[in-house]
Design a protein around this ligand. Structure first.
Ligand code: CP3
Length: 344
């Protein structure tokens, strides 16, 4: 379906600052919305919801209908890639993801080289449904996890405070660990290309755990695999718009931007504004970076924090977002307050 209308979100990624920054929120389809909780309850498990095209499309559209955000992000998870690689992946209520740990070289040697993409067909179908239902000026974002972050869950089998199991494996068995990373790079390229074909207008690569790595390891395990994914996608779709989110990368953001060639970086709330303006926003668009906890707080604290984001980054290419996902306890009225203040 041709989409000729201009999309402010895509315009920013293409290099054109918008007077009113386009906005969306990471985890915008989620438990803070009663309509999400209702669908979630009837879907069964979390993965059942991800792999039900009609329901996944419905929850993707809910925050667009309610708030009129400039972008929808397809409802899925970064761990669908290990799932399609044949690993066991479960989501325990209140505990987060559980995988069979890939914790020694012998197990890594049995890792499949290629995902069974037919298992991900419902995600592509959900993208087609959403693109067909969205107004042409609203962008649709596809995504994957960065290899480092996905590997941290595959190795440990779960989230941990600092992803020590994967860091240890990367130090102790770098060749074996590189095999996991290589499989994830290849399959992420194929997955992202299929999402573009199904109707995604832009892609985001989530590297939630980038910030636990020292600089040399960050270059090897976060920057380099992400660079290869961007290169692989653009080999087939040269103008593919890609946002990187190396959470906690801090002083390493300029190197990340330069080497990966992403169109934008998503920054968290700890980012130093002058540094970001001079070393990052001068090269690419910036997305962020309201602290999700101030969105829970609301009131004048929220107004002040929103004004700070706009004062810090509003003169350049900005996509207004949170610095990480919205928390389930966030009042809906505070999201409305944010939209009103940003849009004026
Ligand atoms: O942003 C969106 O609205 C799109 C959907 C989306 C989800 N997960 C849905 C989800 C996206 C983009 C993700 C990415 C994701 N998943 C990341 C990277 C971004 C980030 O937040 O750091 C990571 C690390 C994961 C892995 C994951 N999935 C964890 C650690 C958890 C448990 C934590 C939690 O919030 O419960 C999930 C589950 C998950 N993924 C939920 C949602 C809405 C909550 C599950 C539920 O509703 O029952």
């Amino acid at each position: 379906m041709p989409q000729s209308a201009s999309k402010p979100f895509i315009d920013v990624l293409s290099g054109q600052r918008q007077a009113i920054p386009p906005m969306w929120m990471m985890r915008q389809a989620g438990r803070y919305l009663p309509e999400y909780r209702e669908v979630r309850a009837k879907a069964g498990g979390f993965l059942d919801l991800c792999f039900n095209p009609e329901l996944a499309a419905e929850v993707t559209l809910q925050p667009i209908r309610r708030f009129g955000f400039d972008a929808a992000i397809i409802f899925s998870d970064i761990l669908v890639i290990p799932y399609a690689l044949g690993r066991s992946v479960r989501f325990e209520v209140g505990e987060g993801p559980r995988l069979e740990p890939l914790d020694d070289a012998a197990k890594i040697a049995t890792l499949a080289a290629r995902a069974d993409f037919s298992k991900l067909a419902p995600v592509f179908e959900a993208l087609r449904i959403v693109r067909g239902a969205l107004a042409p000026e609203i962008a649709l974002i596809g995504f994957c996890g960065a290899p480092w972050t996905v590997a941290t869950y595959m190795v440990a089998g779960q989230g941990t405070p600092d992803q020590a199991p994967a860091r240890l494996m990367a130090y102790q068995h770098p060749e074996a660990f590189a095999e996991i990373i290589d499989v994830l790079v290849d399959n992420s390229v194929e997955y992202l290309l299929a999402q573009l074909t199904a109707g995604a207008d832009a892609l985001q690569i989530f590297d939630t755990w980038a910030g636990v790595l020292p600089p040399a390891e960050f270059a090897r395990w976060s920057i380099e695999p992400t660079r290869r994914i961007v290169e692989g996608v653009r080999a087939k779709v040269p103008d593919a718009k890609i946002i990187g989110f190396p959470r906690g990368a801090g002083a390493q953001l300029p190197g990340y931007v330069e080497t990966t060639s992403v169109n934008a970086v998503s920054i968290d709330w700890t980012a130093e504004p002058a540094f970001i303006r001079e070393r990052v926003q001068s090269k690419v668009a910036v997305q962020g970076n309201l602290d999700p906890l101030v969105l829970i707080t609301g009131g004048t604290a929220l107004d002040r924090a929103i004004d700070d984001v706009l004062a810090n980054f509003g003169q350049g290419r900005l996509i207004f977002n949170l610095g990480h996902g919205i928390q389930p306890e966030t009042p809906i009225a505070h999201v409305e307050q944010m939209l009103k203040r940003v849009r004026g």
